[in-house]
Design a protein around this ligand. Sequence first.
Ligand SMILES: Cc1cc2nc3c(=O)[nH]c(=O)nc-3n(C[C@H](O)[C@H](O)[C@H](O)COP(=O)(O)OP(=O)(O)OC[C@H]3O[C@@H](n4cnc5c(N)ncnc54)[C@H](O)[C@@H]3O)c2cc1C
Length: 379
Amino acid sequence: MSASVVVVGAGYAGVMAANRMKSRSEDTRVIVVNPRPVFVERIRLHQLATGSSDATVSFEQILHPGVELRVGTVERIDARNGSIVLSDGELLAYDHLIYAVGSTDRRDHIPGASEHAFSLSEFEQAHLLRLRLRALPRPLAVTVIGGGLTGIEAAAEFAENDPELAVTLVSDSPVAQALPPRTRRKILDTLATLGVEVIDGDRVAEIAEGKVTLADGRTLRSDCTVLATAFAVPDLARRSGLEVDADGRLLVDATLTSRSAPAIVGAGDAVAGPADELGHLRMSCQTALPMGAHAADTVLARLGGAEPTQLSLGFVGQCISLGRRRGAFQPTHADDSPAWPAITGRVGALVKEQVCLTTVRWMTKQATRGPYRWRRGPH
Ligand SMILES: Cc1cc2nc3c(=O)[nH]c(=O)nc-3n(C[C@H](O)[C@H](O)[C@H](O)COP(=O)(O)OP(=O)(O)OC[C@H]3O[C@@H](n4cnc5c(N)ncnc54)[C@H](O)[C@@H]3O)c2cc1C
């Protein structure tokens, strides 16, 4: 009898894993469970908020035709019996499971965030934000909280898209602090050109209707407040009694196999591996794709009676869009540290757009056993 592989979550890691599994093992039944009937390009959700992209791709276009899609949400994984329970009560058995549930926003760290802030982390939230941005009268004060890449991209996108928005970016740490000084300067210059006010080194202490209050007591008018702070992960693994880290990420070994359930392999944002063997795994689409491919390879090795190999992943660069006309591409060494000077401006924007298109292409090509290589890092 052929094996059955269930992939939980059809994001970057899950689609990559499912396509690679099915194209390399036609006899294996591959079922993907995902809450939405379309693939969400999370890396374009700031574009969904302004209307420059719908941030979706149909599964007909992206999934191997032999992969079965089950639209639904997994409520619990029963690792002992090899099955999952969906929120509508259906039970699905598996021989191998690929855990790829991604990440979501965190709202517990700022009072008022749950009631008064929008987020770009999930499709539905970004869509609500789009409706809100359209509906509110101008001029409109928008506050983006978080000076990492998502916050920078969002602030730039909003400001470029509508000059009647007064956009403020608030960050408790220096904006884009992971990037080298020259790249940071370019990004800050571009934000200034777009009219974004940057407040860094101050924390948002509270969000309320129409305003945010900073830790130093200042109050900013904010008709629309957008969270772009650190991601959290769904608690499915924790709820299911699997071994997780303090943040609830599934703990895996260097082959991406769960430390507590040998038939479960993990990939993407929702997974934590041994840093001494795998190096730094930044939560990103750039990490999710090779992890998804490797998760499939681990399962394929086991199906073929072979020992799975260790993941070896190297980074290539960091891509930041600064609206539709500008961007930055910061090349990195395999360990994610900055390498050469960044490509910025219009060319930076073109590189970023190509990267977005290429991620979809890579996943799609796995459905036809197309080549996919990721740079190996020195671990
Ligand atoms: C606005 C924005 C911009 C970004 N820009 C970049 C960028 O430029 N470059 C980059 O590398 N990264 C970027 N990221 C981060 C990147 O999107 C994530 O790191 C990436 O999506 C992780 O991929 P994943 O497959 O692990 O998870 P996801 O893409 O989040 O997919 C997980 C899937 O699992 C589903 N799921 C969750 N729970 C369940 C359940 N219980 N049952 C079934 N399905 C479930 C989810 O609905 C989702 O479809 C950005 C993120 C955001 C929000």
